[in-house]
Design a protein around this ligand. Structure first.
Ligand SMILES: C[S@@+](CC[C@H](N)C(=O)[O-])C[C@H]1O[C@@H](n2cnc3c(N)ncnc32)[C@H](O)[C@@H]1O
Length: 258
């Protein structure tokens, strides 16, 4: 559970007038009555199913490697690459937002990376829409002074413009209604000079492995994106150093806000 200082720091980043309630499990609830369309995809509703939060890190998340194709990254490698893509080596990177954090595996890893790099004032905030996922994440927090969790909607982030140094969204853009609205929110809350890291699905054309992977993902109700959806959106938002890596039916996109 986050300590009082981490909660206070998180509250200080909220847009003025955002109501926030600290729950008994230490999660800050910033939900608004009507953020937009309710989850319609079966896969998204599944994320609110309590037992999944319990088995997610051990048994569910490692399966994502199946749609990354041969030679795709393990979860551990994904986390290492996220540290690089988010520019956590930069000493000015102190506040990181992990959007759609699930039960917090990445959130904890990013906090460890910042603290190990000597960032004593590091704060990593995990935001998710699922109460069971966040309850699990809060219970597993081992750096309560550096990690806080927020129950909210990625389509309507509660944070002020330019309030975080780096932002990531892994394995969620294909689930949310209005993924480009989520991207616009990620861009809004990131400060100029800060880095973004995304991982989501990608549609592959002639590549046989990628096509098979995409075909396997589609029946689950997940959205499969054109290869240039997010790179183009970041280009249009004026990002520099936009890069994309594709593994099977998964894409990793990163860039720096100018
Ligand atoms: C597959 S998990 C990904 C967790 C983690 N980022 C990872 O890479 O393992 C997808 C998460 O997205 C969350 N999610 C879906 N729609 C959301 C929304 N509109 N706002 C915030 N979180 C959302 C779900 O609750 C779920 O925890």
């Amino acid at each position: 559970m986050a300590d009082a200082r981490a909660v206070d720091r998180t509250r200080s980043l909220l847009r003025p007038g955002t109501p926030s309630t600290l729950r008994d499990d230490g999660v800050l609830d910033v939900r608004r009555p009507d953020p937009g369309p309710a989850p319609s995809r079966a896969a998204q509703r599944l994320m609110r199913f309590g037992p999944l939060a319990t088995i997610y890190e051990r048994a569910w998340r490692p399966l994502f490697r199946l749609w990354m194709g041969l030679g795709g990254p393990t979860v551990e490698t994904e986390r290492t690459l996220a540290v690089r893509d988010l520019g956590l080596v930069d000493p000015d990177t102190r506040v990181v937002l992990d959007v759609a954090c699930g039960p917090g595996g990445f959130t904890r890893y990013l906090a460890d990376a910042l603290v190990d790099a000597g960032r004593d004032d590091a704060l990593v905030i995990g935001l998710d829409a699922s109460e069971p996922m966040l309850a699990r994440a809060a219970a597993d927090t081992d750096r309560p002074d550096h990690v806080a969790y927020v129950l909210g909607d990625a389509r309507d982030l509660p944070f002020e413009d330019g309030s975080v140094d780096a932002v990531c969204c892994y394995a969620a853009l294909y689930l949310v209604p209005e993924p480009l609205r989520v991207l616009a929110e990620l861009v809004r809350v990131l400060r100029p000079g800060g880095r973004i890291a995304l991982m989501t699905t990608v549609r592959r054309g002639p590549d046989p492995v990628g096509s098979v992977m995409a075909a396997a993902v589609r029946p689950s109700g997940l959205e499969v994106f054109d290869p240039d959806t997010f790179t183009d959106a970041l280009d249009r938002a004026g990002f520099a150093f936009v890069e994309q890596r594709i593994h099977g039916a998964a894409q990793f996109v990163t860039g720096r806000k100018v």
